[in-house]
Write a protein of this length. Structure first.
Length: 116
């Protein structure tokens, strides 16, 4: 069973930066898709960024140009670098990794709070 654990959340002022980390219990070479989602209470979970095993990346329009997703296979870790943070980026951020129908693992989430 694959496990993932996020870290790096916190409180920051608008315009600041944070880097989230997601440690995966299995080699990233066995994972096809790595995602970061975010969610606020009473709202749907939103896909923020994706990176695939081939290195393809994709971003939500709301974060494009500000957030960068990357991975370090040696450390089995996926990162989300968040720059120029805005109050509307405040949410719980979740890491999700997938491999077809075999793997669909989620972390417990890490809180990001951006104040004005």
């Amino acid at each position: 069973q694959v496990q993932v654990a996020e870290s790096g959340g916190g409180s920051v002022q608008a315009g600041g930066s944070l880097r989230l980390s997601c440690v995966v219990s299995r080699s990233l070479f066995s994972i096809n898709v790595m995602n970061w989602y975010r969610q606020n209470p009473g709202k749907q979970r939103e896909l923020v960024a994706t990176i695939t095993s081939s290195g393809y990346t994709n971003y939500a329009l709301s974060v494009k140009g500000r957030f960068t997703i990357s991975r370090d296979s040696d450390k089995s870790t996926v990162y989300l670098q968040m720059n120029s943070l805005k109050p509307e980026d405040t949410a719980v951020y979740y890491c999700n990794v997938k491999r077809g129908a075999q793997v669909d693992a989620w972390g417990q989430g890490t809180q990001v709070t951006v104040s004005t």
